[in-house]
Design a protein around this ligand. Structure first.
Ligand code: MG
Length: 449
């Protein structure tokens, strides 16, 4: 039996086991009250349990006096953007993101059009078990429909002057797009058509019957790689079910890996406009190499999309995101946005007249080793204490565990938030070096016990 996962980024569970319409109503009603009622935007991905969840959520919002704006099936970034566009008090995106079909979830959006900041999420979640004050019959909420939200999203991307849309349109790129039958089908093919691409649609029906494991990782994109080769396409694009993560396949049918999505986007944006870059602690240092080349700074924050968005806002960064294929372009809004990412990479290809594989080859290569050690709960603190002094000669970032940074490699040691596990991530210029450093680190941590 799965457990309901409640965190600052929302609530997630397996439908019928740990999440259900009754729970969804409780969260929605409290969220509506937390937002001060008023306009609340609701959108969902294509999951089979989406209608049941959405109707329960809307029912609870109406009965607490909210003015619901229903977007239908849309991407998560479209929900966030619509909150801004409608000047709403909040929004709910009903999606379990990259998780398989049996999962569903609610992600909560603030009036800023960003996910709730941790302090706000904690304030809202602290009240979740208190009694709900339903409105009386004279004070019920209302519902309106905005089925143009995806079009507005596309338009916002097309309106970014420096993207040089005309240049992309002239190239008439042949693109295979794999939306895994998630919400991407309602936005990605339409955006690519606007960009003048010859679009080959793969799994673009938003049926919620995911055509493959939905996380856009190389191992799940074999069908897309094959389709790019068969169609002799310029590139392939894969998005996750709620369209906030993106991965690319080059003209040879090779998935380039999700870390390169942000790296390429950063390389392009900095070639057009100089400015700060924000990413999280576990994203590849390719981004640092690229920023250095352009004389720009990279700011690293704790893992969590909201941390990246918040920092980008604070320092007016020009590009940011996460190594998992999450690209944040502030001209659209401060959240991960696969459609914006697609437009950036197409613009990069158009501007340089190079192939995708050539652009990838311009970026230094690094390799990850990701391992973990399981401990007794009572040994956790002592092991982390040991980790704090492990590489005293290296620079150490202490925002989230200990990240030791050398010239061309780094080691990140952090506790899991939910289990007695310590994760060790290493990135270096070779697989052997990363594994060696990772194994040595584990040995030293274990010797300290
Ligand atoms: Mg997602």
């Amino acid at each position: 039996m799965s457990r309901l996962m409640v965190s600052v980024s929302g609530v997630r569970g397996v439908f019928g086991e740990s999440i259900n319409p009754m729970l969804a109503m409780r969260f929605a009603a409290h969220f509506g009250i937390f937002c001060g009622k008023g306009k609340i935007v609701v959108g969902r991905d294509s999951r089979k349990t989406g209608p049941a969840m959405k109707n329960a959520i809307i029912s609870a919002l109406l009965a607490t006096g909210c003015e619901v704006i229903d977007l239908g099936i849309v991407s998560t970034p479209t929900v966030l953007l619509a909150v801004e566009d409608h000047n709403a008090n909040g929004g709910i995106s009903i999606t379990a993101s990259h998780n398989p079909g049996q999962w569903n979830a609610m992600k909560f959006v603030s009036s800023k059009g960003m996910f709730l900041f941790p302090e706000d999420a904690n304030e809202f979640l602290a009240k979740i078990d208190t009694e709900i004050e339903w409105n009386d019959w004279e004070n019920q909420g209302s519902i309106t429909y905005d089925y143009d939200a995806s079009l507005h999203h596309i338009q916002k991307i097309l309106n970014i002057g420096w993207l040089d849309i005309a240049n992309i349109q002239q190239k008439k790129f042949k693109v295979v797009v794999d939306c895994v039958n998630g919400a991407g089908g309602v936005i990605m093919p339409a955006l690519l058509a606007e960009l003048g691409c010859e679009v080959v649609e793969l799994n673009c029906e938003p049926t919620g019957l995911f055509a493959h494991t939905p996380e856009p990782l190389k191992k799940n994109l074999v069908q897309l790689e094959e389709a790019v080769k068969q169609n002799k396409a310029d590139l392939g694009i894969a998005v996750d079910p709620d369209v906030d993560r993106i991965a690319f396949v080059d003209e040879n049918g090779e998935c380039i890996g999700e870390e390169l999505s942000l790296a390429l986007a950063t390389a392009y944006v900095l070639s057009r406009k100089k400015g700060d870059v924000v990413t999280n602690l576990s994203t590849s240092m390719m981004v640092n190499d690229i920023a250095k080349k352009h004389g720009c700074a990279v700011h690293r924050v704790k893992v969590g999309e909201i941390n990246v968005g918040k920092k980008m806002k604070d320092i007016q960064a020009v590009i940011g995101g996460e190594g998992n294929g999450g690209i944040i372009l502030p001209e659209v809004h401060l959240t991960r946005d696969a459609p914006a990412g697609a437009a950036l990479i197409l613009s990069y290809l158009a501007k340089t007249s190079k192939k995708l594989s050539e652009l990838c080859n311009e970026i230094p290569k690094y390799y990850f080793a990701k391992k973990k050690i399981s401990l007794k709960a009572e040994d956790m603190d002592r092991t982390m204490q040991n980790a704090s002094t492990l590489y005293a000669n290296l620079e150490c970032d202490k925002q989230d565990g200990y990240k030791y940074i050398a010239e061309d490699y780094w080691i990140h040691i952090r506790k899991s938030g939910t289990e007695p596990i310590i994760r060790i991530y290493v990135e270096s210029p070779s697989v052997e070096q990363s594994n060696k450093i990772c194994d040595e680190t584990i040995k030293m941590l274990q010797n300290g016990l």
